[in-house]
Design a protein around this ligand. Structure first.
Ligand code: C5P
Length: 412
C-alpha cells in the first residue's frame, strides 16, 4: 500500500488565504479528491478575490465556508466543529498575514478562529514575496509556529508573480499532496504491535574520565522516526547516545554512550521486525581509555591509539535467525550521493539506505529540516523534497508499513 491509498476516506480542512498562489490550491483540491480525500474549504475574504467560492465548491464537492458571522453557517456547522471534524488542517497558501495571526493566536475571522480552535495537526504552505518571507517578523512568526508544532511545506525559490525572484513560491500541489499523505498515512495504525528498533544520536567514546570523542549528531531524525513508528502502532525500543531531544512518548528509551554499548543494547532489543539505524556511530574508539585523567605535559602531546568500532547496522543486517525483516541505514554524504548510497547498501547488507547530502548550505546537523533520497535495493531512488525531520520520519514509516504489508502478503 502506498501513502496515497492510506489516505483514502480521510478528511482535510483546507484554508485558502488571499494570495495569487490560491489558484494552485484548486489543483490541490482536485488531486486530493482523486485520492479519495474529503476536502472541506474555508476561504478568507481576500482569498475570494483570487479564486471564486463557486470554483472551490465545485472541485471540493462541498459547500465553502467563508464568513465567521454567517448565522446560517454557524447553525449548520459551528466553527469549532469545522475545525475538529477534519483529520488534518492545511493552510495553502499561507500568507504572511495569516502566519502572523497564527503566531499571535488571533481569531478575528473564520480561518484564524478555526486554526485556533483545532485539535488536529496543521500543515502550512507559505506563499509570499521574497522580502516578506525574509523579513525578521515573518521569520520570528515561523519560528513560533514551528515551536507550536505546526508543520510546513515550502516555500520554494523561483520567479514570483510580482516580478521578483527569491524564496516565496508556494510548494507545488504534488509536493503539498506528498506532505499531506505523509502526515495522514501513519495515523492509520498499520503497524499495530510490530516490534521496531531505532538507533539515534551520536556515540561518545571515552579518552579518559573527562574527555571523549563525539560528533555533531543531534538525534532529531532518529527520535522523530521512533516517535512516528510509535504513532503508527509499533512497540519501539530507541537506543540513543547522549542528546538534548526529549524521549518520545510511549517509546522504550535505552541510553548509551559508546558504540559497543549501543550494539549490546541493540542486541538485547532483538527480535524486531524493523531496525532503523539513524545513529551517527563513531567509526573509532580509543583503544585503551585511561582510568585517570590524562595529565598535560609541556612539549609532549599524547598520541591516541584508536581501534575500530563494531558496525551496528552491518551486524544487525547479517543473515541469521534474528535478522529483522527490514533493516534501514542512513548515509550522510558530501559527494557522489547515489554511488556511495548504492555501495553502502551492498557493503552493509541492509535493505534500504536513506541518504542525505550534508554538504548543502542549509545544514542538516541539528536542523529541523532534511533533504533525503531513499535507496532500495532494486528500485529507482526516490528523491523527497526538503521536509522537516518529522515529515521525513512519517514518510519513512509509511514506506515501512507498505513494505511489511507486501512482505507478509507474499509470505502468506
Ligand atoms: O558507514 P557509515 O557511517 O557512513 O554508515 C552510516 C550508517 O551505518 C548509519 O545507518 C549508521 O547508523 C550505521 N553505522 C552503524 N555502526 C557503525 C557505523 C555506522 O550502525 N559503526
Amino acid at each position: 500500500m502506498r501513502d496515497a491509498e492510506a489516505v483514502q476516506g480521510r478528511g482535510i480542512l483546507l484554508i485558502i488565504a488571499g494570495g495569487i498562489a490560491a489558484y494552485k490550491s484548486l489543483e490541490l483540491i482536485r488531486r486530493l479528491r482523486e485520492q479519495g480525500v474529503r476536502v472541506r474549504c474555508v476561504l478568507t475574504r481576500a482569498a475570494a478575490e483570487f479564486v471564486t467560492p463557486l470554483a472551490v465548491a465545485s472541485l471540493a464537492g462541498e459547500k465553502v465556508f467563508s464568513d465567521l458571522f454567517s448565522l446560517t453557517d454557524e447553525a449548520e456547522m459551528g466553527h469549532i466543529r469545522l475545525s475538529r471534524e477534519a483529520d488534518l488542517v492545511v493552510v495553502a497558501p499561507a500568507t504572511a498575514d495569516l502566519i502572523a495571526k497564527m503566531a499571535a493566536g488571533l481569531a478575528d475571522d473564520l480561518a484564524s478562529t478555526a486554526l485556533l480552535a483545532t485539535d488536529k495537526p496543521v500543515l502550512i504552505a507559505p506563499a509570499m514575496n521574497p522580502q516578506m518571507w525574509q523579513h525578521p517578523a515573518t521569520q520570528r512568526n515561523l519560528a513560533q509556529l514551528a515551536a507550536d508544532g505546526i508543520r510546513r511545506v515550502g516555500p520554494a525559490p523561483g520567479d514570483m508573480a510580482c516580478g521578483e525572484t527569491g524564496v516565496g513560491r508556494m510548494a507545488e500541489p504534488a509536493e503539498i499532496l506528498a506532505a499531506i499523505e505523509a502526515l495522514l498515512a501513519p495515523a492509520v495504525g498499520t503497524l499495530e504491535g510490530v516490534r521496531a528498533l531505532v538507533t539515534s544520536g551520536p556515540t561518545v567514546e571515552a579518552i579518559d574520565p573527562v574527555r571523549f570523542i563525539a560528533n555533531r549528531s543531534s538525534g532529531k531524525q532518529g527520535h522523530a522516526i521512533a516517535a512516528a513508528l510509535r504513532a503508527a502502532g509499533c512497540e519501539v525500543t530507541l537506543v540513543s547516545g547522549p542528546v538534548q531531544e526529549p524521549d518520545p512518548e510511549g517509546v522504550k528509551v535505552v541510553r548509551v554512550e559508546s558504540a559497543e554499548q549501543m550494539l549490546a543494547a541493540c542486541r538485547a532489543a532483538l527480535p524486531v521486525a524493523v531496525a532503523v539505524c539513524a545513529a551517527a556511530v563513531a567509526d573509532w574508539r580509543v583503544a585503551e581509555p585511561l582510568a585517570q585523567k590524562l595529565k598535560r605535559r609541556a612539549g609532549a602531546p599524547p598520541t591516541l591509539v584508536l581501534a575500530e568500532n563494531p558496525d551496528i547496522l552491518k551486524t544487525l543486517a547479517r543473515t541469521g535467525p534474528t535478522r529483522p525483516t527490514l533493516v534501514v541505514g542512513f548515509a550522510a554524504e558530501t559527494e557522489d550521493l547515489e554511488a556511495n548510497a548504492r555501495r553502502k547498501l551492498a557493503a552493509k547488507g541492509c535493505d534500504w539506505i536513506v541518504a542525505n547530502d550534508v554538504s548543502m548550505d542549509e545544514g542538516t546537523f541539528g536542523s529541523v529540516y532534511n533533504t533525503v533520497k531513499l535507496f532500495r535495493a532494486e528500485a529507482e531512488p526516490e528523491a523527497w523534497p526538503r521536509l522537516s525531520k518529522a515529515e521525513v520520519a512519517l514518510r519513512l514509516v509509511a514506506c515501512i508499513a507498505a513494505h511489511l504489508r507486501n512482505t507478509s502478503a507474499v509470505a502468506a
